[in-house]
Ligand binder design. Structure first.
Ligand code: NAI
Length: 425
């Protein structure tokens, strides 16, 4: 009865509040791999660095995000959370958060209209701080809700695509407040984008298809941080990995890492699996689909569902849903192409996103960046800022401590040697 009352008081729009017990269990499990965030939460609950700060967060609503929300809450933040992707919400987690008194607006599979209604609800909170994964809050404020600007002291951004959008805003003079690029922290992209996306994308593809990767040709489109991780894991599962790129340096790196690199139109003819991770649009389009083998499997793990031109398939092929998260398009030639998770980031659509252990570091960066914005709000300009190096190093130190890994310290002789230019051969 007491629980029901609390739920009624916390504004929300989630699928089903009865899912809360399941969500609490899964959140607890995730927490066991998030020691760094736990340490920050403990300090936040004593020091309350975010006291009275209204925070609107637009993030994937997962077990790990629940821990970030609890950390911000412990720090005194007043929160509203909405989904940063229509397919990534874990409904049980959304229910559990509401049960804990945190406002959530997110339902897995919500349509575009509901998605933007939820963003609006998060913005109606009149945030002092925005926390984005893909820049939808910042872009909505700047384009449509400028009256909110007077309250905002700054924001944080989680992903590569969001940072790309923020930098474009900064270039055109449209960025209206300072934003910390959490993605640029080494303890974020070196681990989350590479090992997190690598493992969870394979997990998503395998859960959606139950196909064997060993012996298949697995095409990774884009050899950035996510692409490297994905290629490494597909290779480890016994696939023959092919890379496509537009950047000569990344193409060279992929070649020396031992992969075949070729133009996407060549790769289209030989691939069994295709996965885009470029942050770019129309990376797989008509000219590729028409060359693909019958039965080719296509997925995306980039932030937006623009990397695979599903619009063309919708107009030019016959669609049939063969199993959950698998839409099969039959082209006029008779070739069948299976698109996974509607072309939305497959690791969150058909799996559970990154393992908690990497999100521990990403979200430690989020929490400490929020604190940094509050402490430095008077000094910060309308720019995209990196996460300060001391925060990055501290997170790495805490993670190593939690993992029981010890490292060496420079000896005085080594420090002296490194600081001098006199000694040579
Ligand atoms: P990145 O900038 O390190 O790598 C992107 C790579 O794609 C670059 O090497 C670029 O040269 C290449 N590229 C661009 N256009 C291309 C094209 N037409 N064909 C082939 N290659 C092309 O970016 P990162 O960090 O790897 O992120 C990639 C995407 O994944 C972004 O949208 C990011 O927001 C998203 N992301 C998704 C995650 C998930 O959970 N699924 C987690 C982290 C990032």
């Amino acid at each position: 009865m007491a629980v029901a009352k609390k739920q009624m008081k916390t504004p929300h729009h989630v699928k089903d509040l009865n899912l809360a017990p399941k969500g609490h269990g899964r959140i607890e499990w995730a927490g066991r791999s998030m020691p760094v965030l736990a340490e920050i939460r403990e300090r936040f609950s004593k020091e309350k660095p975010l006291k009275g700060l209204r925070i609107s967060a637009c993030l994937h609503v997962t077990t790990e995000t629940a821990h970030l929300m609890q950390t911000l809450h412990a720090g005194g933040g007043e929160l509203v959370l909405c989904a940063s992707n229509p397919l990534s919400t874990q409904d049980d987690v959304a229910a559990a958060l509401v049960d804990s008194g945190i406002s959530v607006y997110a339902i897995k599979g919500e349509d575009r209209e509901t998605y933007f209604k939820h963003i609006k609800a998060a913005l109606d909170h009149a945030p002092n701080l925005t926390m984005d994964d893909g820049c939808d809050l910042v872009s909505s404020i700047v384009s449509d809700r400028r009256e909110l600007l007077k309250n905002v002291i700054g924001g944080t951004e989680e992903t590569t695509t969001g940072v790309q959008r923020l930098r474009a805003m900064e270039q055109t003079g449209d960025l209206a407040f300072p934003v910390i690029s959490v993605n640029d922290a080494l303890t974020k992209h070196m681990f989350d984008n590479r090992y997190g996306t690598g493992q969870s994308t394979i997990d998503g593809i395998v859960r959606a298809t139950n196909r064997l990767l060993a012996g298949s040709v697995f095409v990774v489109l884009g050899y950035g941080w996510c692409g490297r991780g994905l290629a490494m894991r597909a290779n480890g599962m016994g696939a023959d990995v092919v890379i496509t790129e537009i950047d000569p340096l990344k193409a060279l790196e992929a070649t020396m890492d031992g992969y075949r690199v070729m133009p996407s139109l060549e790769a289209a003819k030989i691939g069994d699996f295709f996965c885009t991770v470029t942050g770019n649009t129309s990376v797989l389009a008509m000219e590729h689909f028409e060359k693909m083998k019958d039965g080719a499997i296509v997925a995306n793990s980039g932030h937006f569902n623009v990397e695979v031109d599903i619009g063309w398939l919708e107009k030019n092929a016959k669609k049939r849903t063969v199993r959950e998260f698998v839409d099969e398009y039959t082209l006029k030639s008779g070739a069948r192409i299976a698109v996974l998770g509607e072309g939305r980031l497959i690791n969150l659509a058909s799996a559970e996103g990154h393992p908690s252990s990497v999100m521990d570091m990403s979200f430690a960066n989020q929490a400490l960046s929020a604190e940094f914005v509050v402490k430095n709000s008077k000094k910060l300009e309308k720019k995209v800022y990196p996460v300060p190096e001391d925060i990055d190093k501290e997170i790495a130190r805490l993670k190593l401590k939690a993992m029981g890994v010890k490292i060496d310290k420079l000896t005085p002789t080594q420090e002296k040697y490194l600081a001098s230019w006199h000694e040579g051969t």
